[in-house]
Design a protein around this ligand. Structure first.
Ligand code: ADP
Length: 303
C-alpha cells in the first residue's frame, strides 16, 4: 500500500506558505523527508497524521482518502510527533497498557501480550516498572515508538525523532525503527543527513515548502559523481571563492576551512575531485535553491 500526495498546499494565517504544491508517491519502506528547520516537514507530517487540513490537494493511502476518512487513517496510523508529553509519574508498562486500551485492544490477555512484546522490542522490558520521569531522551523516544507501534500500523510517521539523542542512542533508535517498519510506509522527517543515508531507500529534500529533489539516495549520489570538488583554504579567501564558484558547503577542519564546490568540469588545478556523499547531494540542492531565490529576489528588486 503506498501513500500518494497530490498538489498539497498550506498557508498559515500569518501568510507563511508552509507547503507549496507538494506531490510525492511514497512506497512501503523507510522514506526520508530531509530539510532544514522551517522547511515545512512538521506541517506535512501533521497533515498526513490527519491533525490539520491543507488548503488544497489530495492524499490517498491505498484506497483510503486521508483527508476525508480520518478514522480509517487513525486505525492504521502510528505517529510519533516531534514533542510529546509523558506523565512523569506513570510507569512504562502501565502507560503503554493504557494507550493499548485507547487503541482498541480490549481483550486483556491479548493486550498484555502486545504490551510485553513491544516493551521487549524497544528494549524497555527491564525498566517497565520505572517512572517515565526518570527516562533518558533515548528511552523516551523508544517508548514513543512502542506507543506508535500499537495495533500494527501500516502508516508510520516519525517527526524529527533523533534530535537531542546522543550518537549511540540515535543509532539504536534508527535500527529499531527500520526493524519495526519493514512492511509499512515509514516516513522519517529529519534535518540530519545521516539519518537518511543510513536507513532510507527513498528520500525527498524539502525547503521553503517545496520539494527540491525526490530520489533514491544512492542514485542521487551517483548523479553527482565527478561534479564535486574540494579545496582547503584560508578563511579570508572565502568571499572571492564564493564569487567565482558554486559553493556547496564550507566546513572547519582542524582550524582550516574545507570548501566543497559544484562544477561539471574541473574548476582548477588547486581543487581535487572527491567522491560525493549524501551531504553533498543535500547541500547542492539547497544551495541551488538559494541561488534561484536570490536571482528571483534580485529581479523583483530591480523591477
Ligand atoms: P519544519 O518542521 O521543517 O521545521 P514547519 O512545518 O514546522 O517546518 O514550519 C514551516 C513554516 O511554517 C515555518 O516558517 C514556520 O514558522 C511556519 N509555521 C509552522 N506552524 C505554524 C503555525 N501554527 N502558525 C504560523 N506559522 C507556522
Amino acid at each position: 500500500m503506498s501513500l500518494s500526495i497530490r498538489t498539497v498546499s498550506k498557508s498559515y494565517a500569518n501568510g507563511v506558505k508552509a507547503l507549496q504544491n507538494i506531490s510525492l508517491t511514497i512506497p512501503p519502506g523507510m522514506y526520508g523527508l530531509l530539510g532544514p528547520n522551517g522547511a515545512g516537514k512538521s506541517t506535512l507530517m501533521r497533515t498526513l497524521a490527519t491533525l490539520q487540513d491543507p488548503d488544497e490537494g489530495t492524499i490517498h493511502f491505498g484506497d483510503i482518502d486521508v483527508l476525508k476518512q480520518k478514522e480509517r487513517v487513525q486505525q492504521t496510523l502510528g505517529y510519533l510527533p516531534q514533542e510529546f508529553g509523558l506523565h512523569p509519574k506513570a510507569r512504562a508498562e502501565e502507560l503503554l497498557n493504557y494507550f493499548a486500551v485507547l487503541k482498541g485492544i480490549r481483550e486483556k490477555k491479548a493486550r498484555r501480550e502486545v504490551v510485553e512484546a513491544l516493551l521487549r522490542q524497544t528494549n524497555l522490558w527491564d525498566v517497565r516498572n520505572q517512572k517515565l520521569g526518570g527516562f533518558s531522551g533515548g528511552m523516551r523516544q523508544r517508548f514513543g515508538v512502542a506507543v506508535a507501534m500499537l495495533g500494527n500500523p501500516k502508516l508510520i510517521i516519525v517527526d524529527e525523532p533523533t534530535a537531542g539523542l546522543d550518537p549511540a542512542e540515535r543509532l539504536r533508535f534508527l535500527n529499531l525503527l527500520s526493524e519495526m517498519g519493514e512492511n509499512s510506509v515509514v516516513i522519517l522527517s529529519t534535518h540530519i543527513v545521516e539519518d537518511v543515508s543510513e536507513l532510507c531507500t527513498r528520500m525527498a529534500v524539502i525547503n521553503k515548502g517545496q520539494i527540491l529533489l525526490e530520489a533514491e539516495p544512492q542514485q542521487a549520489i551517483e548523479d553527482l559523481r565527478g561534479k564535486v570538488w574540494r579545496r582547503v583554504i584560508e578563511r579570508k579567501e572565502l568571499p572571492e571563492l564564493e564569487r567565482a564558484h558554486h559553493i556547496i558547503s564550507t566546513k572547519l577542519l582542524g582550524g582550516r576551512t574545507v570548501v566543497h564546490i559544484f562544477s561539471e568540469a574541473s574548476p582548477g588545478s588547486d581543487f581535487e575531485s572527491i567522491t560525493p556523499d549524501l551531504e553533498d547531494v543535500y547541500f547542492t540542492v539547497i544551495a541551488q535553491d538559494f541561488r534561484k531565490n536570490l536571482v528571483q529576489e534580485t529581479k523583483e528588486v530591480l523591477v
